[in-house]
Design a binder for this molecule. Sequence first.
Ligand SMILES: Cc1cc2nc3c(=O)[nH]c(=O)nc-3n(C[C@H](O)[C@H](O)[C@H](O)COP(=O)(O)O)c2cc1C
Length: 170
Amino acid sequence: MAKIETDYLKYFWPMRHYLVTCGEPGRANIIAVSFCMPVSKEPPMVACAIGTGMHSCELIRESREFVVNVPTEEMARQIYYCGVHSGRDVDKFKETGSTPMPARRVKAPIIGECVAHVECRVVHGLVTGDKTLWVAEVVDAYADADVEEARRTVRFAGGKFPHTVYGSQR
Ligand SMILES: Cc1cc2nc3c(=O)[nH]c(=O)nc-3n(C[C@H](O)[C@H](O)[C@H](O)COP(=O)(O)O)c2cc1C
């Protein structure tokens, strides 16, 4: 079989979409993030790659904290909104009708409508290219009781390759 050039990113899909919150209450922000994954079980660590020029990246650089909020498929519109607007220009909590709620261990609020929340404290920041990879320790993690105890089944947001965001024409 002949092999032809491709956009490498396409072959990493499907990925899940997350809503990462960062910044202190009052000036907190939400960013849609797909480049996010667990990177250690013990200690529990996650890594999120966030555009170095993005408002969220600046907030995480300052506070060294963020929350990975897990949205459901029904939240696709909020995810898209948070993925194409900057917190420099708009209040994404207000514009998406997301409910900020106090986190347990970090200052950034969680999003009430999301079903799970992973609170993170940054350990390393590595500029990888156009993104900064924030490697962080999970300091708390909790989820809606009915989802956690399998009394409610949810479909998580993710799947399709977001061509408009990642610039692939294919
Ligand atoms: C589904 C989806 C996934 C995204 N994943 C990422 C990501 O992993 N990393 C990133 O830097 N930007 C990602 N983006 C783009 C950012 O969310 C977008 O640039 C956002 O407007 C930045 O907001 P901010 O300036 O308020 O930080 C994604 C967008 C969408 C719609």
